[in-house]
Design a protein. Sequence first.
Lengths: 395, 291
Amino acid sequence: MCPVTLEKLTKVYPNGYEAVHEFDLEVADGEFMVLVGPSGCGKTTAMRMVAGLEQISSGTLRIGDRIMNDVSPRDRDIAMVFQNYALYPHMTVGENIGFALKMKHTPKQEIVNKVRDTAEILGLTEWIDRKPGQLSGGQRQRVAMGRAIVREPKVFLMDEPLSNLDAKLRVQMRAEVARIQRRLGVATIYVTHDQVEAMTMGDRVAVMRAGVLLQCDKPQRIYDSPVNIFVAGFMGSPSMNLFEASLGEGARSLRLGSQEIVLPASVLAARPSLVKYANNEIVIGVRPESLAMAGPKRSASGNETVQFEGDVDLIEALGSEILVHFSTDAHRVEAEGMYSDDAEGLEAGSITRPGDGVARMAPDTQVTIGSRIKLQMNTKRLYFFDAVTGLSIEE
Amino acid sequence: MRLFNRIWSRTFAYVVLLGFTAFFVVPVIWLLLSPTKTDHELVVGNPFAIGTLHNLSHAIHVMFTFEDYALLNWLKNSAIYSFGGIVIALACSIPAGYGLAHTQFIGRRTLLGVTLFVMIMPATALVLPLFLEANAVHAVGTPWSVILPFSFFPFGVYLAYIFYSSSVPKDLLAAARIDGCNEWNVFRRVALPLARPIIALVTFFAFVANWNNFFLPFVMLPNSTNYPLPVGLQDLLAATPAFNPGQGGQVPIYRPELAIATIVAMAPVLIVFLFAQRSLVSGMLAGATKE
């Protein structure tokens, strides 16, 4: 059990393509670190460099105190779970799980015991003599997990291990994987493009895009304080509503399409640097759950709110809540790659046309399609981004 | 009308099929029946008449005792040459295909191209240069002069290459590396056991090619005791008065006896095919579906 340290890790392919750029990351002993980002963002490449399956172009990789750049995969004492499981088709479940121990010349009886214990933990005892071809997707996934945990490695690497499972099983396995990891207390790097997995499983989450680490923090911190438009839009489902807007004189008002919104003084007090953007274009963001129907009796929460109007296009009833899709004449902002390859994000992205927004409301909210509604948002839950750099305006 | 059309097209299909079946099966039936007849009956009698058991046992006796059991000796030679060639061909082609499919090295594409090129080159075209080579190292007349060229089997390399590049995902090999295998163990414990259907396929094709090869051993082996079966058959033809009226000095061989020798030459390929059929089919389908 060791911490893993990546220092300025860079991968450049022979054709000149830079898949990972100066990637810094420190995974503490026992920590569950999730690498998340759209497909092609370099997260898998980064992980494969840790595994030793990709040459490191520059930078340093440490596991414990040892520099691992040129150490072969078999000497790194890591275990990896692959997206397609990569089980040995010619071996039984038991042989698959025990293979690494066999390669380490572990005594036969010890292998048998460890394989039996691991199979028991994962509920595979019944299938131990079957070949992988005779197992269901979920069972194969567990065999792959078993193969990794039986070795008691220093580091776990998991490359989208749940992406081939159906939605229900994925939720179930999500909890199971997290539980096993906590129990073993091994530093883990988990790659996924699913932000729900990232939010629910990780001790910390590292968001990547185009080979660059954008933000690495606790899931809630990333959700609450995204560093830029991309992170803001990528984390959360449905994703954050991001609109082009222009700040008025002295940053006291906001123009959203044709609507003029007066900003309370507390907004500027919390972010004095907003003054610099007065009379300029910015991007504002608001999470769907931070939007509520504005009613005469609803502003009693004590928080200052601002209001704007939208036309209801679509209502999705999810049972526990409703998603109200509305349109305004303000321009919606989408960062490139925000929705790509993300099943849940894609849904939101395909329904939401530019100019549209989503609000998450209680199921008993009275709202009809085609009506014009007044929405209010808590100013504390309002996000401001620089329209040029995309960076969050925090102070 | 539609029913009529269907019946008509069905009938047509069956007639064509039956025609082709007859075309290919009739000679085989004729061959199988011929050792039961005398040489005279074979020429003038009904081609599909069944002769006597006496004729059959006589033909077998004559053929097998011919020139001090030469037929058995040729059979043994054929087996040694064929299987010797197969063993070396497998030992080379499976690792070569694996290497071509899963490693990157300078000249890999060129090697693949060369493999394809020599694969489509007719083996007979190489016999003379091979003879000169064998002659240069004084190997002409030895079993090696046949076994070594037999073991040159680029088709096997290509089959293994196709198999490894299409049916063995790179992640599987990566998993083995992470599980503690060095490169040799990755091949030996993961890649090789997976190639079982391809090994069967290469074995079968190499066996058929080696077993039936006539020209190479004919050129390489001057001594009758070293002949494999196909070259031996040629020797028998020379001893058959019907094909070689001028033959003299030798014990004459008649056509029913020659048929026995032909059947003996054919049988191993048929038997191997019958037994290997299942793995052959799975081998040919290997890579067609991906899990």
